[in-house]
Design a protein around this ligand. Structure first.
Ligand SMILES: Nc1ncnc2c1ncn2[C@@H]1O[C@H](COP(=O)(O)OP(=O)(O)OP(=O)(O)O)[C@@H](O)[C@H]1O
Ligand SMILES: [Mg+2]
Length: 262
């Protein structure tokens, strides 16, 4: 059977996963704070809108206003999508707008998503849950059971789901992984400070039914544009270039040696 793939809206990223996320998949997007998880999700919904898909965005750590503002900084027309009823933002943080969650339970979450889809009517739906880990903040041992439940119910509806989770090595050690094992794909964001500069990376750690790249890529977040792939982390010149003084010393000693050859 041919796998139908959904473009993520980041062209170079689609290229490393054979064209996109298989329809109906449940993909975990994980990583440290500020690494680009939310922006990745915005691209995924925005691309859906451009292609005629419906979008449901559940936000637990930012308000609806913050999501709409962030999207507009990258030229994404969330406001337009909201007005046309093509996108619904479930504000589980401030409870603003028409859609919110009474409390952060997984039952509430799936019921609200299904209700939102009913309201929007016919069409393929892309779902973002940002973040899913917010639903087990005070009971991390439930992570796996909760994420399994969410995946099972939403899969029956044929939704393609991207769920973010905060990477917490401490809880991963103590309770095992949450969403990662049950997910069909894992997109992992990372960050380091090198040469006095914050660098961000993306790597696909898992994508079922896909011959994906195993390389870690450096990414950039660009105003007016969003997330861009800069290139394989190991090919970045800064990663292998020697400091200028060291290069000069090598060149000098080489020319000295050559000068001594009779
Ligand atoms: N308009 C913009 N232009 C350039 N960079 C931006 C812009 N808006 C946001 N950013 C960058 O994106 C970062 C936020 O990325 P994002 O919200 O996707 O992180 P996250 O992984 O979702 O973090 P968290 O786990 O805290 O929610 C900001 O810290 C900033 O560095
Ligand atoms: Mg975020």
């Amino acid at each position: 059977m041919v796998v139908r793939r959904l473009s993520t809206g980041i062209r170079e990223f689609d290229g490393i996963i054979e064209g996109g996320i298989p329809q109906g998949f449940f993909v975990a997007v994980t990583g440290e704070p500020g690494t680009g998880k939310t922006i990745f999700c915005l691209h995924f919904i925005d691309e859906g809108l451009k292609r005629g898909d419906l979008g449901i965005y559940v936000t637990t750590e930012e308000s609806m206003g913050s999501i709409v503002n962030q999207a507009s900084q990258f030229g994404m027309k969330f406001k337009d999508g909201l007005e046309k009823g093509r996108v619904i933002i479930v504000d589980a943080f401030m409870g603003s707008g028409e859609w919110s969650l009474r409390d952060l339970t997984v039952n509430n979450l799936v019921d609200t998503i299904i209700e939102a889809k009913r309201k929007m009517g016919y069409g393929n739906a892309r779902i973002v849950i940002d973040s899913l880990s917010a639903f087990w903040l005070d009971k991390p041992a439930m992570a796996r059971r909760y994420s399994y439940y969410v995946k099972r119910v939403l899969s029956k509806w044929g939704f393609t789901v991207v769920a973010t989770s905060q990477y917490a090595i401490t809880t991963a050690d103590a309770f095992g992984w949450g969403v990662e094992h049950i997910a069909d794909g894992i997109i992992r964001f990372r960050r380091i400070v090198r040469g006095g500069k914050l660098r961000r990376y993306i790597i696909v750690e898992k994508m079922r039914q896909t011959s994906h790249s195993l390389i870690m890529y450096e990414i950039g977040i660009v105003d007016g544009r969003g997330l861009v792939i800069l290139g394989p982390a190991w090919q970045r010149r800064e990663d292998y270039a020697l400091p200028k003084e060291a290069r000069d010393r090598i060149m000098n000693s080489r020319s000295r040696v050559e000068g001594e050859i009779p």
